[in-house]
Write a new protein. Structure first.
Length: 585
């Protein structure tokens, strides 16, 4: 029963915390609404005057239509492949008794957290005529033969492997929502594991299959790193790479045209986002589940075969590309065979100590990613508090607006930031364009949604009792945040900061259009080295960043026991109870 003193304390808390409402509104306005609104206005204006005919002519040009069709093509086909592969892994981990589930999940999801341009470079070096791995096996294409990874099908293949973990995690969430009682009922009725899978599990997963397909479509359609490394050289342009080519070739003079293309790219992604939101609205809400879904399919003599199939997928998606990058980075020059005598670390020394662009890129990536991670962790804590404690109406709208910069393609956000920050800021009289501040602003806007999810999940689990008691004892909001909220949310804030740091450290899609001399990031450096024909140096940068990703993942995995359920994607993918004796019988 709620006491009068509790009601009084809560009223005090709500009056005192109004600055959090201002914080939430300011973040939504500055980081989300303003860039997107400026992008839309910039796509319609020519010489300061709205010109719909010019905007329409730009969007219906041959280049724009071709790039749009290519974007939809690679998005749809890669989404289908990623959903199929993701479903195989998710079902194998959740429903069967295969071994080493946590290791499989970490490796599989880890490939998603590696930068897409690193994945593209790995497959490009692995499958080309100068491939050291294929040369060792006697399978390398003849010199002069085109690289099979360049062009449409290479882009689709790498996007499929890169986004399959995304689909697997989405399907794992659906599997965890299936009540174990339905599986037990099917067993009692004498259904075989295959019949249970076909008649119970797969029908219940149908909405999640569609959601996973839409999610991977949006990710594929907005990807820049993979089409940039595998498509531009073959003149196969998607909307993100077309925008990059036009802006890098002609500069700010074509901002109205690329703004229109950005709106078009955002529209393609938004179609998938809206369909997914409509699907979620139609999907019945999850009921309270006493016993969650657990493995029910003992594979018996088939277990080694299933484990071998999963292992092959991991080897193709993770191990072989990594080995190809390492092999390319440790030989002195292209065409030199890989032997114990030819192995050298000269490329690593060069990119770390000799070349200014790579050394500067490492420093910039550490700085931008680190500062952005701290900012979004702190903002995420304040916004999570406001959403869970303060906001009653408009919560869904605020959440959607915060997620928008992350949902749209990175190049769309880049163009929006350029248009918003190109002119000098009011009162200050300085422009952020061409400085590191515009990259930092874009990182905060893009990755705030990533940080908010685990922090908000932890915030939703906190009871009000301690906070109300502290308020009744005279503790201010600042003191309550400092001594009650922050200590309780600190593990989730640390995990959110590490995730954001990991994603921003490897980022290319946003910084590719925002960097200038002196503010290059690792993604930009890798792309520049590859464009300059320095494949060995690019591979060395890729190996170092992948190694750093592995260390961050290991650190996050150590935090897993202290984090809310589902905060780490590989933990959710590998989750589930072990098969009990009744299921094995």
């Amino acid at each position: 029963m709620t006491t009068a003193s509790s009601v009084a304390g809560r009223g005090w808390m709500e009056r005192e915390g109004r600055f959090l409402d201002v914080c939430l509104a300011s973040v939504v306005l500055v980081a989300t609404f303003a860039p997107m609104a400026r992008l839309l206005w910039g796509s319609l204006v020519r010489a300061g005057v709205p010109d719909l005919s010019a905007a329409l002519e730009n969007l219906t040009s041959r280049a724009a239509l071709t790039a749009t069709l290519n974007t939809i093509d690679v998005g749809v086909l890669s989404a289908f492949g990623a959903t199929v592969l993701g479903a195989i892994v998710a079902l194998a981990l959740a429903a069967t008794d295969i071994r080493a589930k946590r290791a499989i999940a970490v490796l599989f999801v880890g490939s998603l957290l590696v930068a897409p341009q690193v994945m593209a470079l790995a497959f490009k070096t692995m499958m080309g005529p100068s491939s050291l791995l294929l040369d060792l096996l006697g399978l390398a294409p003849s010199p002069g033969m085109p690289n099979p990874m360049l062009g449409k099908w290479g882009i689709i293949a790498v996007l499929t492997l890169h986004h399959a973990p995304l689909a697997a995690v989405a399907l794992a969430g659906g599997l965890r929502a299936i009540p174990q009682s339905l599986i037990d009922a099917a067993h009692i009725d004498g259904a075989s594991p295959w019949r249970t899978m076909k008649s119970v599990v797969l029908p219940l997963l149908r909405p999640h299959f569609i959601a996973a397909g839409l999610l991977t479509f949006v990710a594929g359609a907005g990807n820049f790193g993979i089409p940039a490394l595998l498509g531009v050289q073959a003149n196969y342009l998607t909307l993100p790479t077309l925008i990059y080519r036009q802006l890098s070739s002609f500069g700010p003079s074509v901002l109205p045209d690329v703004a229109g293309l950005s709106v078009l790219a955002g529209g393609v992604a938004a179609s998938g986002i809206l369909l997914a939101a409509r699907l979620r609205a139609r999907t019945p809400s999850t009921v309270q589940i006493e016993h969650r879904f657990s493995p029910f399919w003992p594979l018996a003599q088939w277990r080694p075969l299933v484990e071998a199939a999963v292992l092959v997928l991991i080897v193709v998606a993770v191990v072989l590309p990594a080995l190809s990058l390492i092999a390319t980075a440790v030989v002195p020059a292209v065409g030199v065979k890989l032997t114990f005598e030819t192995v050298t670390l000269a490329k690593f020394r060069e990119v770390l100590t000799v070349q200014d662009i790579t050394a500067r890129a490492f420093r910039n990536s550490f700085l931008f990613a680190g500062v952005a991670a701290v900012i979004v962790a702190l903002l995420g804590m304040l916004i999570a508090y406001a959403l869970e404690r303060r906001v009653q109406r408009g919560k869904a709208v605020a959440t959607l607006l915060i997620q928008l910069p992350y949902a749209v393609p990175g190049v769309v956000l880049s163009i929006a930031c350029i248009l918003l920050l190109l002119r000098p800021l009011p009162l200050l009289g300085v422009s952020l364009y061409g400085t590191g501040w515009i990259i930092l602003f874009a990182y905060v806007a893009r990755f705030l949604a990533v940080a908010l999810e685990p922090i908000r999940a932890a915030m939703a689990l906190l009871e009000r009792d301690q906070e109300e008691a502290a308020a009744l004892c005279g503790a201010s909001l600042t003191e309550r945040l400092r001594y009650i909220i922050v200590p309780a949310l600190l593990p989730s804030m640390a995990a959110a900061a590490l995730l954001v740091f990991l994603m921003a450290f490897n980022e290319l899609t946003v910084s590719a259009l925002l960097w200038s001399a002196g503010t290059e990031t690792l993604g930009v450096a890798l792309l520049s080295l590859e464009d300059a024909g320095l494949g060995g140096e690019a591979a060395a940068v890729a190996v170092l960043t992948a190694l750093f990703v592995a260390l961050i993942i290991a650190g996050l995995d150590r935090l897993a026991p202290r984090l809310p359920e589902g905060a780490l994607p590989w933990v959710m993918l590998a989750g589930g109870r072990t098969m009990d004796s009744s299921a094995r019988s």
